[in-house]
Design a protein around this ligand. Structure first.
Ligand SMILES: [Zn+2]
Length: 120
């Protein structure tokens, strides 16, 4: 049994108190797997929530036009689409839309955005 399984089992046995031990092993296993998949969903939602906040902040800081996020194909491990790069779009002096690299993720883009803007 992994550390996570032990932790989950302890939490669940607290919730169900004496009933937990009365459940057949298959049901215990099933409940534990449901709980673990719910935790993965919660983690993903929290990550998406943070990404959305960072995106809004970055968009406001960039203030020159749209922010473009390039993503990889679906990850075989976590089924996420990890970021490949974050770009700031702007219209140049010839009225042509240009893109400039801001970072490999929102965090890096937020750190570099003002520096990149100073060169435009
Ligand atoms: Zn992944």
């Amino acid at each position: 049994m992994s550390r996570m399984d032990v932790k989950t089992k302890l939490e669940l046995s607290f919730v169900f108190e004496s009933y937990w031990e009365m459940l057949p092993n298959e049901i215990q296993q099933y409940i534990m797997s449901l709980k673990m998949s719910q935790e993965k969903i919660d983690e993903k939602m929290a990550r998406l929530c943070k990404e959305k906040k960072d995106f809004k902040r970055l968009h406001a800081m960039w203030a020159r036009g749209p922010i473009k996020v390039q993503r990889h194909d679906e990850c075989t491990i976590c089924h996420d689409h990890h970021m490949r790069g974050v770009y700031g779009c702007y219209v140049d002096e010839n009225n042509v839309m240009q893109e400039v690299f801001l970072g490999f993720d929102h965090k890096q883009a937020l750190q570099r955005v003002n520096h990149v803007k100073s060169f435009l």
